[in-house]
Write a protein that binds this ligand. Structure first.
Ligand SMILES: [Fe+2]
Ligand SMILES: [Fe+2]
Length: 172
């Protein structure tokens, strides 16, 4: 009984992962999306790593709730599609929190045709920091998953930095 349940869970997860990659593969292959791999988002995480994580968790939550998991995955992947370094570009850094969803949406429209849910996910993902909330329920998933991933990346980055400092100390 327990074995059968575990087997079914593993099969469900494997099928869901395959479905997730089927949804995002065409976008992942786009050069602009790949370019996100050249920018650091939080600590040791590139923007591409961050966006894939946001897309992945959002997809699974939406799928479990039987909501629009494809739009959650695609909107999640493209939600931070801006191609500048916040720390280097001081002009952009100043307005970054409010402006980057607009920039990401402009860039995402050049990558593929977006539906209205995906457009709104990208445009409103900074809600709570910005005032206007998402229009669709999938947007709430992405906005909260985004914040969870940012905190997680910051904590993991701190841990990695501390481990590196300890290792360097031990080697000295
Ligand atoms: Fe963002
Ligand atoms: Fe983000």
């Amino acid at each position: 009984m327990a074995f059968s349940l575990l087997h079914r869970f593993r099969k469900y997860r494997a099928d869901a992962v395959a479905e997730f990659y089927q949804h995002i593969r065409p976008l992942l292959e786009h050069p602009q999306v790949q370019e996100m791999g050249n920018y650091i988002q939080h600590n040791c995480y590139t923007r591409l790593n961050h966006c894939i994580d946001v897309a992945y968790f959002s997809f699974f939550i939406a799928k479990l709730l039987r909501w629009d998991s494809k739009s959650a995955a695609r909107g999640g992947l493209l939600h931070d599609l801006f191609l500048y370094d916040r720390k280097i570009d001081k002009e952009e850094a100043h307005h970054h929190l409010r402006r980057h969803p607009i920039t990401a949406l402009e860039n995402a429209r050049k990558v593929c045709t977006l539906n209205k849910v995906e457009e709104n996910i990208i445009r409103r993902h900074m809600w709570l920091i910005t005032l206007v909330p998402p229009r669709y329920k999938e947007g709430y998933i992405v906005t909260f998953v985004d914040k969870y991933c940012a905190v997680r990346e910051a904590i993991i980055g701190q841990r990695n930095r501390r481990a590196l400092a300890l290792a360097e100390g031990a080697a000295a």
